[in-house]
Design a protein around this ligand. Sequence first.
Ligand code: SAM
Ligand code: SF4
Length: 345
Amino acid sequence: MTHSEHEPPGAGLADRHGRVATDLRVSLTDRCNLRCTYCMPAEGLDWLPNPALLTDAEIVRLIDVAVHRLGVTDVRFTGGEPLLRRGLTEIVRAVAALPGRPRMMLTTNGIGLSRLAAPLADAGLDRVNVSLDTTDPARFKTITRRDRHADVVEGLAAAAAAGLLPVKMNAVLLHGVNDDEAAELLRFALDRGYELRFIEQMPLDAGHTWRREEMVTAAEILARLRAEFTLLPDPAVRGGAPAETWVVEGRTDIGGAPARVGVIASVSSPFCGACDRTRLTADGAVRSCLFSQEETDLRSALRGGATDEELADLWRKAMWAKPAGHGINDPRFLQPARPMSAIGG
Ligand code: SAM
Ligand code: SF4
């Protein structure tokens, strides 16, 4: 079958490089109650004004379009901090009620999860990723500029108790701050049955402070883990998953299966060729890539009375133009205007 270079083919979210997006990241807010140094400045950002944000009903409608007209199978809620979105539980409940509902995940800093984990599980959420970069409360305060370590630890435990399994933990390491903690973080996660993923720091902070030479690389993380653990190749198929995973010898997860650890090497070993993601910002723009310089405004079309098929068509066209790769390793790389917290990490 042939199709024009300029027109997306068929029904799904294909791009001209042969990839098809089935994994939708929805940012529910650009606001946050932490100020992680690698993400936001201490004073916060110019938050989106409320009228610019999609309403709960608009979010559910766009997810319905993505699932029923565009082949999306997985939806991840993120932000900013998605637990700050008042309607979150009701959004999850409404998406769970869609025929052929997608799998639903949440990426959160964990603050408030001790209260919300059970209602979210009850509403139909399948899993959570909780970000935690250190086991030390004082370091947590240095990294996030807030004294909330205990809340996150409680949130993780509540997620496991609510059956949001496997509970995954995300960690970013920074030289001179927590780079000596790779093995300690893995021990913390293994002892509690959580699956840990390290994420290489990316040039997406609002302050534009990222420096390649200062980034803790996947190779460095693995060397530090191997000093204390034996990591075996993971027989599981990676597919479009961003993390490369290893089995931790001699350790099991909550269900008794071999325990795993992952590293997301977005910078040192990009996985753009297998990317299956599409993104919706809190103000209703589609982004084909975290790093795109372009976005497509669905909110105006939606508020202007567009039909589901017209919205689907705009979304398809936006994804058809997805760049081949993020280009971080290209000397001409330009950081996108929106920081990670406003795109949805
Ligand atoms: N607030 C939620 C949280 O922290 O999990 C969700 C949004 S946050 C932007 C999503 C993930 O992106 C977190 O795991 C965070 O550590 C990660 N992140 C933020 N800025 C990053 C950066 N510059 N490079 C790599 N990961 C980053
Ligand atoms: Fe907030 Fe998440 Fe960014 Fe930290 S990484 S400031 S928790 S949005």
